[in-house]
Design a protein. Structure first.
Ligand SMILES: Cc1cc2nc3c(=O)[nH]c(=O)nc-3n(C[C@H](O)[C@H](O)[C@H](O)COP(=O)(O)O)c2cc1C
Length: 188
């Protein structure tokens, strides 16, 4: 399988990155191809709420008017078989970079043609509370809500606290190893 990893932290050596990389290690070990992206290093602007009614061409055309790295990253998701999102918990919620990206993704996926390659795509969400350790569960809820709204099939959510990072790294590596089983799992 082709897997896309999207990380909401700038640091490639921080706790969130380590959590995402543990999944990637397991996935690569199982023979999957993985591309990693660190959102704060990319140019992805916030939604401009283009028109007075709050919408824009996202609603009619399933595209965003802003010319930045958003469209290429969406294409990357479309061409992958599986997506993993690793997010640093900020204020018990999504980081600004992941929120900004998913805010725009949920808008374009209101148009059926734009859901191609996203609807039903298996996704795992990892939320890393690397400070006091609170808020990982709440952040996982936010992640589930927005990923589902975009159309992903959320196959797992892994809350991580600084205090249990070492244990969760093992679990995440195993999750990556079993990515194909997760993808094949049926809801019925
Ligand atoms: C604005 C902000 C809010 C944060 N809120 C929380 C929080 O609610 N709970 C928590 O455990 N850590 C919190 N942290 C710490 C982060 O989860 C994270 O561990 C830290 O920024 C290190 O980033 P890294 O994952 O890239 O190593 C916060 C950090 C920032 C910058």
């Amino acid at each position: 399988m082709k897997i896309i990893s999207i990380v909401g932290s700038r640091s490639e050596k921080g706790q969130t990155a380590r959590a995402g990389q543990a999944f990637v290690k397991g996935a690569r070990g199982a023979g999957h191809e993985v591309k990693e992206h660190y959102l704060p290093k990319m140019h992805i602007e916030r939604c401009r709420q283009c028109e007075n009614n709050g919408w824009g061409i996202c609603r009619s055309e399933g595209k965003c008017i802003i010319e930045d790295d958003f469209a290429a990253l969406v294409d990357g998701i479309r061409s992958a078989d599986f997506a993993v999102f690793a997010n640093p918990v900020y204020f018990g919620d999504l980081s600004e970079s992941l929120k900004t990206f998913l805010d725009r993704l949920r808008r374009i996926t209101r148009v059926e043609a734009a859901t191609k390659g996203i609807a039903g795509k298996p996704a795992v969400g990892i939320s890393v509370a690397g400070g006091g350790g609170g808020g990982a569960a709440l952040c996982s809820l936010s992640m589930e809500k927005v990923l589902s709204t975009c159309g992903f099939k959320v196959v797992d959510l892994v809350p991580v606290r600084r205090q249990n990072l070492a244990v969760k790294l093992d679990i995440l590596e195993m999750t990556g190893t079993h990515a194909a089983d997760y993808a094949a799992s049926k809801d019925e």
